[in-house]
Write a protein that binds this ligand. Structure first.
Ligand code: URP
Ligand code: ZN
Ligand code: ZN
Length: 463
């Protein structure tokens, strides 16, 4: 199939909403025109009347098959990218992991090996640096040249992924030199470990204590410190999975000073809370992630941040672990519960629900879920918009269909849904990835190996 025509839909991008026909050829968008105004012929015609025609989602934060806490995230690149497609996401940026003692390139090679030939949609990589040293710093320019232009550092997880302030400063200086973007997991892990030890000594072992020890102030403190280190280094900074109101305030203050500081939040922080972490019978373990879920009151600050552009991106931090056999590693000790939530399939729908609920506009939905993540991570305009020359990653979205999210119907390889029973308005109908139909009105018709690695340019959101 080489030529496809999508007719009669409302095309929504970050900048425009217009009724238009969309012509696709050889995997790219060729042209848009007023409905019926052109005599275009095509091999496939998709009627999008009464539907939205939106760019495929760009999820800039996933962890397929990530090693954590003695186990691995339960979605492979095959199952996870298929689930992403079901949910209207057509590009993921996953985190390749450097394990301590190995070269960045070795970690990257092993991520390529996991993903190659397996993906239903396109993918790119960030690099997790768990060992910042002379040699790994020297590797950073080469990664940037090869399209891996962002590096995640952790102020949390001492002994595992943790970097100290000196390592962070050096990595930021190098990133500033080579055009890399530092992504920061901003929590004071040293202080948190003290609180974990004290909580366990008091016999506080339930999942809800995970939220209590990982204090909002320790997220805010780390966010503040990361911002100051980035200023000293002259580097831009992207703070991942922001959950605390106090952390949003740090980012907002930095942005008010004109600093290149950016923030990402995730659906779990917008829709879930410590009430979920407190669910009885160890059910709270389903909601253990870091940064942790916060009391509901924090959500207003996150929504406000998304509206005012103090927060620019919503990603999932998709890192699923089954309740049975994985989350239960932490029975009797919350600190052993593998950290992470499933969500790659739910993001576009949950954010559309935010449009329905009046939190954000329709165009802002596309901006935070498609266009800005593409710009932030050097994928624009190939990804994140519908325009001549862009990859034909297109979703036909039914804004009226009502669905109930559930583990029984989702496609992620995990035995629970973090949003079990939640009703949302809006549903993906058809998904195209580089012009190929992947989801066809509720049927998966894609294939493992269609998705290819996309090398990225440096951040396009700076200027
Ligand atoms: N977020 C989380 O709990 N797990 C994934 C790893 C990370 O992003 O820190
Ligand atoms: Zn993190
Ligand atoms: Zn993550």
């Amino acid at each position: 199939m080489t030529r496809t025509l999508i007719t009669g839909g409302l095309v929504v991008t970050a900048s425009d909403e217009l009724h238009a026909d969309v012509l696709i050829e050889h995997g790219r968008v060729i042209a848009l025109a007023a409905p019926g105004s052109q005599q275009w012929t095509a091999d496939l015609v998709i009627d999008a009347s009464q539907k939205y025609v939106i760019p495929g989602g760009v999820d800039a934060h996933t962890h397929m098959e990530m090693p954590f806490g003695g186990t691995f995230a339960s979605d492979t690149f095959e199952t996870g990218t298929r689930a992403a497609a079901w949910g209207g996401t057509t590009t993921i940026v996953d985190f390749a992991v450097q394990t301590k003692g190995e070269a960045l390139q070795a970690g990257l090679d092993s991520w390529h090996a996991k993903a190659d030939g397996k993906c239903a949609i396109d993918y790119a990589f960030h690099m997790i640096m768990s060992d910042v040293n002379e040699s790994t710093l020297r590797e950073m320019p080469r990664l940037v040249e090869h399209g891996v232009t962002s590096f995640k550092l952790f102020m949390a997880y001492p002994g595992v992924f943790y970097s100290d302030d000196g390592q962070i400063l050096r990595a930021m200086q190098k990133a500033a030199d080579v055009g890399g973007l530092i992504m920061m997991h901003a929590e004071n892990g040293i202080a948190i470990d003290v609180l974990v030890e004290q909580a366990l000594a008091r016999g506080e072992t339930d999942p809800r204590h995970h939220g209590e020890v990982r204090k909002a102030l320790l997220e805010a403190e780390a966010t503040h410190r990361a911002i100051q280190l980035a200023r000293v280094a002259g580097a831009p900074l992207y703070v991942v999975h922001v959950s605390a109101e106090e952390a949003v305030a740090e980012i907002a203050a930095a942005r008010d000073r004109g600093l290149p500081v950016f923030g990402e939040t995730c659906p779990q922080y917008l829709f879930l809370s410590t009430d979920n972490l407190a669910e009885p019978e160890f059910e709270g373990a389903k909601y253990v992630c870091s940064t942790p879920l916060r009391p509901k009151e924090h959500q207003a600050a996150l929504w406000r941040g998304l509206r005012t552009n103090d927060l620019q991106v919503v990603s999932t931090d998709h890192c699923p672990f089954c309740f049975t056999g994985q989350k239960d590693l932490g029975l009797g000790d919350f600190s052993r519960i593998p950290n992470g939530l499933p969500g790659v399939e739910n993001r576009m729908d949950l954010l559309h629900q935010a449009v329905v609920d009046g939190h954000i506009s329709r165009r802002r939905w596309i901006e935070i879920a498609c266009a800005t993540p593409a710009r932030m991570f050097g994928l624009y305009p190939r990804k994140g918009t519908i325009a001549p020359g862009a990859d034909a990653d297109v979703v036909i979205y039914d804004p009226h269909s009502v669905q109930t999210l559930s583990a029984e119907t989702h496609h992620m390889n995990v035995d629970y849904s973090a949003y079990q029973g939640k009703t949302v308005t809006g549903q993906v109908e058809t998904v195209l990835s580089r012009g190929e139909v992947v989801i066809d009105r509720g049927k998966y018709v894609g294939r493992a190996g269609h998705g290819t690695f996309v090398p990225r340019t440096t951040c396009q959101y700076l200027g």
